[in-house]
Design a protein around this ligand. Structure first.
Ligand code: TTP
Ligand code: MG
Length: 361
């Protein structure tokens, strides 16, 4: 980070055991019990999420319900009520919007807020996070965890540190210590497979990761190695990108039969990238943010975005970015029902579209 770059104040908010917490809220008899939201144990369904009591048995999201049943036969299984969750998601979104113009929802229960300059003129990001948690509880009767730091990566690490109902602040002077101690599996983007690979290389926590050279990490992990190299040093330059103002050009498809072959997914992404290039050229538009959208068979939806330095409408760049993002998702474990790409952060005829103006306030 350059010396003269102003330190940002970023908050990451993530609801606790979201779907399960909603079910407990609406069915108090489930309170304190292992509760699983997802497919029936006798079906080929998966766990969407589960209560913290169920997590003690090793149950987690995306696990086959049949396995969850074996781990905890007395768990309560319920189906998700997606309309309810999405309604609550809108409510919490409304709360975020009260505080900042710069809100980036990442999934149904999670968002980043850049509160460096905020709507309330509040100086303390910690107080804002506290206030948001309070408002969420009042309005939804649910708890959220918040992380406060100077970039997205650290804010996300922080929100995960004291779940549930946590509020953790990582100021710049503490970042080094926190990151060095952080177990390798807790680094955002490091899934089970990479975690194993890291451990085989003797990398168990941030300190071990930091001891690796950039070349070494790139050799083992490709371009993602570069990401690991920087985030373990507390460097993450990604902006909080408000979605509401984001105009985008995209393409997506729900498949007649869920895809389970990563090569087939990549083939589809290639077609998508071609169509987007065509449309962007027609509109004389270039874009910097490429977003991959993915929906799993249980309707769980995730998006992953990457912002590149140079605006583009090149299908090769769109495709290669989208496939990299695909590698960061659960596709190796799960089938997918929908895939799509969109390009945002657009410039038309060389001029930024109006959403950029919202950054000045
Ligand atoms: P998460 O925030 O990942 O999980 P969570 O809120 O249940 O628990 P935590 O306290 O650890 O944050 O996901 C939010 C919701 O998204 C979750 O309640 C259910 C849904 N979801 C799925 O349906 N499938 C998945 O694989 C994941 C990860 C989440
Ligand atoms: Mg959550």
């Amino acid at each position: 980070m350059k010396e003269n770059t102003p330190i940002k104040k970023i908050i990451h908010i993530d609801m606790d055991a979201f779907f399960a917490a909603v079910e407990v809220r609406d069915h108090p008899e489930y309170k304190g019990k292992p509760l699983i939201v997802g497919g029936d144990p006798g079906s080929r369904g998966v766990v969407a999420t589960c209560s913290y009591e169920a997590r003690k048995y090793g149950i987690h999201s995306a696990m086959a319900s049949a396995i969850a049943y074996k781990l905890c036969p007395h768990a309560i299984f319920v189906h998700g009520r997606y309309e309810v969750y999405s309604q609550i998601s809108k409510q919490i979104r409304g709360i975020f919007d009260e505080f900042s113009h710069l809100v980036e929802p990442v999934s149904i229960d999670e968002a980043y807020l850049d509160v460096t300059y905020n709507k309330k003129g509040m100086k303390s990001a910690t107080l804002i996070a506290k206030e948001i948690k309070k408002r969420i509880l009042e309005k939804t009767k649910l708890t959220a965890s918040a992380g406060v730091s100077y970039n997205k990566f650290l804010a996300k690490v922080a929100s995960d540190m004291e779940k549930p109902d946590g509020l953790v602040v990582i100021p710049p002077e503490k970042a080094k210590e926190v990151l060095e101690k952080l177990p390798i599996g807790k680094f955002y983007g490091i899934g089970k497979i990479t975690e194993k690979k890291m451990k085989n290389l003797g990398i168990h926590c941030g300190k071990d990761l930091k001891a690796q050279s950039l070349e070494e990490l790139v050799r083992h992990f490709g371009k993602t190695g570069k990401y690991y190299y920087y985030v373990v040093r507390g460097i993450d330059k990604r902006e909080v990108t408000p979605e509401r103002e984001r105009k985008s050009i995209g393409n997506e498809n729900t498949f007649a039969v869920d895809l389970d072959d990563p090569d087939a997914m990549k083939d589809y992404l290639q077609q998508c990238a071609e169509k987007i290039e065509e449309r962007m050229k027609k509109h004389n538009a270039l874009g910097r943010t490429i977003t991959l959208k993915i929906k799993y068979p249980d309707f769980y939806q995730a998006t992953r975005s990457r912002t590149i330095n140079k605006p583009t409408n090149d299908k090769h760049i769109i495709y290669s970015t989208a496939t990299k993002l695909l590698d960061e998702t659960l596709v190796k474990q799960c089938r997918v029902r929908l895939l799509g790409i969109s390009v945002s952060n657009l410039e038309k005829d060389g001029v930024n579209l109006p959403q950029q103006l919202t950054l000045r306030f």
